[in-house]
Write a protein that binds this ligand. Structure first.
Ligand code: HAM
Length: 423
């Protein structure tokens, strides 16, 4: 009896061979673009101690509260599959004392993230991010540079019709006053809402502004906004960022209602959205987190960064950007052995040609000339090398050019140079 199939977990996708080239191109483009701005790649682990994310992202956030893949390992330690990379990059920055190097430490990381969210179009449980972080400067020019680099990359990837929203979430001085005012407003305005919503709005009033619930929108629209609470330093920081963005020709909109789903942010936050994505329209989110490195045991270190959702980005580069999906590069040659001795010879010949730099495959499992030639045809290789008893006895190979439909017999020693010349 046939066994039942095992499929992948809900919200978790395979990236198939025909899709991989597009992923590789986008990753290569990120590496190229970020290198021009002085960024180096860091690869942080897929799982960390749970406490890292709880302390960084915030106990009251949806990510930590509801969406983490957390488990005890066999030693009883609580571990979590990373829901994002910023916390891990800060941990690595502190652990390896990367702050002891002079200047701004610019790092990027590419890889899978895990969130137990309700899967829907554009929302997965395993998704991928391209994440860039700059540690060690509070200069608003760094904020602007990070955003310019992001815009540079998104435009090189062929994305159009994007909108960039920027806000300033205040600092340790002005944010508490705003938070209090918002809390007071919500205490009144949220009277009619359920006890759970009211309780959450009380604990984390800023997060309420991010609610997508239609019933909350009128309340959000009338809520006090942070801009009235900015102290001169925060206002000046935002003005400087905006000045540099204007200078760089970047279009943006200041949205004083923009908040983010993670608690570590202060000052500058930003989001890039696309009108072509539907409900899950954020391609990228980021901002400053000047207190996080210290929170994780490092020295006071201002920092800022962003993360791009790769699936959403690839969805936007789908059709018309010249990024057509296709199979991996075609084979140069396919070898067809006829008979048992020829199989061993074919195996050796494939090795020689591959070491010579050619892309080569061969027919396994024997079969008639006809069935093996069918295999050769399906391989997409331009040249088919036929090796039978005759050829082995003479030290030759029959070379069939599938494009020109002609064949010739060549000394085996000449095959590599013949194929390398491509004729
Ligand atoms: P985030 O806004 O949570 O920020 O995620 C960044 C991007 O990841 C989103 O804009 C979206 O494109 C993508 N994304 C998030 N969740 C999903 C999902 N379930 N399925 C598909 N795509 C998703 C962060 O993660 C911060 N660490 C960004 C950051 C870096 N801030 C400072 N540095």
């Amino acid at each position: 009896m046939a066994r039942a199939k095992i499929t992948s977990v809900r919200g978790v996708k395979d990236i198939l061979p025909e899709e991989s080239p597009r992923w590789q191109r986008v990753e290569a483009l990120a590496r190229e673009t970020f290198a021009r701005y002085g960024y180096s790649e860091i690869r942080v682990p897929i799982f960390e101690r749970t406490e890292l994310f709880a302390r960084s992202i915030g106990e009251e956030t949806d990510i930590v509260n509801k969406e983490m893949y957390t488990f005890d390992d066999k030693g009883g330690e609580s571990l979590t599959l990373r829901p994002e990379a910023t916390a891990s990059m800060c941990r690595a920055y502190v652990q390896h004392a990367l702050y002891s190097q002079p200047g701004v430490a610019k790092l990027f990381c590419i890889g899978p993230m895990f969130r137990y969210e309700r899967p829907q179009a554009g929302r997965l449980r395993q998704f991928h991010q391209i994440d860039a972080e700059a540690f060690g400067s509070e200069d608003p020019s760094v904020d602007a540079e990070v955003i310019v680099m992001l815009a540079d990359f998104l435009s090189a990837a062929g994305l159009k019709d994007l909108s960039l929203q920027v806000n300033n979430l205040g600092d340790a001085e002005c944010r508490p006053a705003y938070s209090r005012a918002l809390k007071e407003y919500l205490r009144e305005a949220a009277q009619g809402l359920g006890p759970e919503v009211k309780e959450r709005a009380g604990r984390n009033p800023l997060r309420f502004l991010d609610s997508k619930d239609p019933d909350h929108q009128a309340i959000i629209a009338r809520a006090p906004t942070i801009d009235r609470y900015w102290n001169p330093a925060c206002r000046a920081h935002l003005d400087a960022v905006c000045d540099r963005l204007k200078g760089a020709g970047i279009r943006y909109e200041v949205n004083p209602r923009l908040v983010r789903g993670l608690d570590y942010y202060c000052l500058t936050v930003f989001e890039v959205t696309s009108s072509h994505l539907g409900a899950q329209n954020a391609v990228c989110g980021g901002g400053r987190y000047d207190g996080l490195v210290e929170e994780l045991g490092g020295p006071p270190t201002p920092a800022i960064g962003f993360a791009i959702g790769m699936e959403r980005l690839l969805q936007l580069t789908g059709g018309d950007s010249g990024e057509s999906a296709g199979p991996p590069a075609a084979l140069d040659a396919f070898i067809v052995p006829l008979g048992g001795i020829a199989a061993a010879e074919a195996f050796a010949l494939a090795g020689e040609l591959r070491r010579g730099g050619l892309r080569v495959d061969l027919s396994f499992g024997g079969g008639s000339m006809k069935s093996q030639m069918r295999r050769a045809g399906r391989s997409g290789a331009r040249f088919v090398l036929v090796l039978g008893d005759d050829e082995i006895a003479k030290g030759t190979v029959t070379l069939r050019d599938m494009r020109e439909s002609r064949q010739e017999e060549l000394p085996r020693a000449e095959i590599l140079s013949k194929l390398s010349s491509g004729v």
